[in-house]
Design a protein around this ligand. Structure first.
Ligand code: SF4
Length: 344
């Protein structure tokens, strides 16, 4: 897929922009100053496939905690700062890898200069985040206004010859997101961080995020993604991985093919799908696994997958690369499938 080339930036050792890879981000929902809980959550997120993590900085204690957190995690850390320049400076001193800050929200020019100088010295990029719901009152509510707002924030950094920037244009409306990011991709050379904000719970967010981000990614737009979900952030990473896989932008994620079942089914398939889904979610393997209800469409689908089963009466036929391997009794389907996948 041809992707729109943007000016690359580096968040620690992770490249954003200027390449085909789309980087998965998430955000902790622990108190940042609770180092133990934050480190534990970040490490779990990394294990699930998160590549960059953002933490909220609400006070000096949070900013100082960045140092201890950084010592115990592997993935780059972004400090999210809204208005207080001293929190940004402290997070930079604590070793943050990137900051999320809108320079137009910082009133003191000397502080902006200090932040930019510190970021330049340590090669720390800045994300400017435009949110449709919290645009300054001087702008109207439109995608064009979101672009204008970004230009205003950007002009402050560019005047200081700072260009290690990425941008986001989030809205809770997926259609507005699509329009804003398309405009942004035409307007700016900088990498874009994609996300639908305040997208709801797992089901709602998966639908809205897949609609907006899927369209944009297939247009070649987007360098990092976050799926906002009102749930455990692990769910965000799971959805992000599956979305990138479905868009053909990530290969090392297992793909599950399974039928919806119907009256032709003669074995207990749904618990098998649930267990295999759980197992495959954490498998970093380019593999397609089919679980089919019956021999009507089953063997055909299953044979197109790398491995699969098609149900019979209280049993299933195991296929591998198009070949029938053997018949498995109902109670051994999951264990034998996993055993075969581990061998591949
Ligand atoms: S594969 Fe068989 S059980 Fe599954 S939906 Fe198709 S006909 Fe029904």
């Amino acid at each position: 897929m041809n992707r729109i080339q943007t000016r690359p930036i580096y968040v620690k050792d992770v490249q954003i922009g200027g390449q085909n890879k789309v980087v998965i981000q998430s955000m902790t929902n622990t108190k940042t100053k609770d180092v133990e809980a934050t480190v534990e959550q970040i490490n779990k997120l990394e294990e699930a496939g998160c590549e960059i993590i953002r933490v909220a900085i609400l006070d000096m204690e949070d900013a100082k905690a960045v140092k201890q957190i950084k010592e115990r995690i592997n993935i780059p850390l972004v400090s999210d700062i809204h208005f207080n320049p001293d929190f940004a400076l402290e997070a930079i001193r604590s070793g943050t890898d990137k900051i999320r800050l809108n320079p137009g929200n910082i009133e003191r020019e000397d502080k902006i200069k200090e932040i930019v100088a510190a970021c330049k010295e340590r090669k720390i990029p800045i994300r400017i985040g435009i949110n449709a719901g919290s645009l300054n009152k001087k702008y109207s509510h439109s995608c064009e206004a979101m672009i204008e707002s970004a230009k205003d924030h950007l002009s402050i950094l560019e005047a200081l010859d700072f260009h290690d920037v990425c941008l986001s244009f989030k809205s809770s409306d997926p259609l507005e997101c699509i329009e804003a990011y398309r405009l942004a991709a035409e307007t700016f050379p900088y990498p874009l961080h994609l996300g639908v904000t305040e997208a709801g719970g797992l089901l709602d967010s998966t639908i809205k995020s897949s609609l907006a981000l899927g369209n944009l990614l297939l247009d070649g737009i987007g360098d990092t993604i976050r799926i906002s979900i009102s749930d455990d952030p692990i769910e965000e990473v799971k959805v992000a991985r599956k979305l990138l896989r479905a868009c053909g932008l990530k290969r090392d994620v297992a793909n599950l093919i399974s039928c919806p079942t119907c009256g032709r089914i003669q074995y207990d398939m749904l618990p098998i799908v649930r267990q295999m889904e759980e197992y495959l979610n954490s498998l970093n393997k380019d593999i397609s696994v089919a679980i089919m209800g019956c021999p009507v469409n089953g063997p055909q689908e299953a044979s197109r997958a790398d491995i699969g089963v098609a149900g019979g009466k209280d049993q299933a036929i195991l296929f591998k690369k198009g070949q029938i391997i053997r018949t498995i009794p109902q109670d051994q389907i999951v264990s034998q499938l996993i055993e075969e996948i581990e061998k591949m």
